[in-house]
Design a protein around this ligand. Structure first.
Ligand code: PEP
Ligand code: MN
Length: 252
């Protein structure tokens, strides 16, 4: 998978891991060190959190980006973080991949601006977006001259309440048959339950995913956001090695 030309793991499964939100220097640096040891390629962490309620904590913002830069400098991991407003673009200078969240998949003005920015974009599927709508959103980025788009299946809203979302793994081969983007799967938001992350990560690889994005927290019970779906670095280590083994088996 190519997220950008310098991706050392082009041709290999790309694994993105890290907490839902950047909370503190200790949290993000410790998590980064542990996921790097476990074989992650990218650190994720939200500095700008688009929350369902305006009264909920919205992330550390610029300070969160600074802490991601610190974790990047300490580990050498590349970094993925969500951008919610194009006016923040300058802050993301040292962020390697810009994430567009499910809530912004159809924010066409944001997509066009990201197309002009030329930076790699991880585009998450909207809660209720069809494949065609998802691909049309990716086209907005491409049509402004930016071909570095990765699609991310993160679950859709269905009648099921047990899981946070319903992870649609048919999206992986379907999107690949319809267009030529690398496809990432996020089994964390896709299930909302830590115990389901490992099985669905492997199922995603079996379905042909090029990348995985997994929420990992150094202490899930204390996580400010999405603790219920976050796994520990030890759990991540096992899942990452199984996923790579399966990917190698299927792609050799
Ligand atoms: C996230 O990745 O933390 C996130 C907010 O995801 P989504 O946009 O898929 O809900
Ligand atoms: Mn999250």
């Amino acid at each position: 998978m190519k997220i950008n030309r310098n991706d050392r793991s082009a041709g290999d499964l790309v694994i993105i891991a890290g907490p839902c939100a950047v909370e503190s220097e200790k949290q993000i640096v410790e998590t980064a060190i542990r996921i790097k040891e476990a074989g992650a390629d990218y650190l994720r962490g939200g500095a700008f959190k688009p929350r369902t309620s305006p009264h909920d904590w919205q992330g550390l913002a610029a300070e969160g980006i600074r802490l991601l830069e610190k974790a990047k400098a300490e580990t050498g991991l590349r970094v993925v973080s969500e951008i919610v407003d194009i006016r923040d673009l300058d802050l993301f200078e040292n962020i390697d991949v810009l994430q567009v969240g499910a809530r912004n998949m159809q924010n066409y003005e944001l997509l066009k601006e990201l197309g002009r920015s030329g930076k790699p974009v991880l585009l998450k599927r909207g809660f209720a977006a069809t494949y065609r709508e998802f691909l049309a959103s990716a086209e907005y980025i491409l049509s402004e001259g930016n071909p570095n788009v990765v699609l991310c299946e993160r679950g859709i809203r269905t009648f099921e309440q047990y899981t946070r979302n319903t992870l649609d793994l048919a999206a992986v081969p379907a999107l690949k048959s319809l267009a030529d983007y690398p496809v990432c799967v996020d089994p964390s938001h896709g299930t909302g339950r830590s115990e389901l992350v490992g099985p669905m990560a492997l199922a995603a690889v079996a379905a042909g995913a090029d990348a995985l994005m997994i929420e990992v927290h150094n202490n899930p019970e204390q996580a400010a956001l999405d603790g219920r779906q976050s796994i520990t670095p030890d759990e991540f280590s096992i899942i990452a090695s199984k996923a790579r083994e399966l990917y190698g088996f299927l792609n050799r």
